[in-house]
Design a protein around this ligand. Sequence first.
Ligand code: HEC
Length: 264
Amino acid sequence: MKQLLAVLIMAALPLVASAAGDKPCGTIDCMKITVDATDQPSLQRGAQTFVNYCMGCHEAKFSRYGRIASDLGMPEELVMENLIFDDSKIGDLMTNGMTPADAKKWFGAGPPDLTLVARSRGNDWLYTYLLSFYTDPTRPWGVNNLVFKDVGMPHVLRELQGDTECKPAYAIAANGGVKRDPLTGIPMEDPEHACGRVENIEGTGKLNAAEYEQVVYDLTNFMAYMAEPMKEERKRLGVYVLLFLCVMFIFVYLLNREYWKDIH
Ligand code: HEC
């Protein structure tokens, strides 16, 4: 019985660890994202946004264009045309030409490699970060971020999202939901958090809020895939391994019975 208990506790440990490992998003609650590594069209759009808008500064130097092409079901010619803008070859690592010294001079902090950022920071953190840039004229790039205070990165997707304003956070009701005005049903603001929520100024960017969220979803989805390209394969293999163990168990059990049959 004790052994069984020990096994159960061991099995539950990863659950506790993953709950404790949740990254808080600065001063606000993380928005939740459910990534889907089987959604190839989303991953392809995300890859395109990544090379277009991020790789000017960031590298993904533990990833290769060719691997992404085959995992995302993209023909190599399409990748050469749409994802590679320098003289890289399909088998090359996803690097750029920015030297760390220049990066330090321009941004104060060097743009870190992004191959594994979805794992180090968490998908929810990344998603919330990309949705949390707001206009702040006191900062060198004119923007700040609710998740990453005084970030050195400009709001590179601004042409898509447009301008954003920081608004007071919504007040939280006793039941944990958003507190609403009992008469009008309009969410009430929490004056204690003068800057706790980012709101788009419609019409200042190429996309509306929903379209922008989709772009950020695809981008985060892609970065989550890039941080763990084996995930789908790992899940598929896991099923086979468990099936194998089940079948194996029958034979081992029978063998065990055979061995012990005459000993009593
Ligand atoms: C103009 C250069 C530039 C571009 C383009 C750029 N970034 Fe950044 N990024 C930076 C810099 C600089 C930092 C470091 C900020 C700091 O430490 O204050 C950074 C930091 C980050 C971080 C935080 C990493 C960490 O764990 O600390 C993430 C995530 C990130 N960038 C994602 C992106 C994504 C996604 C894109 C494309 C949509 C992008 N960046 C495009 C310059 C850039």
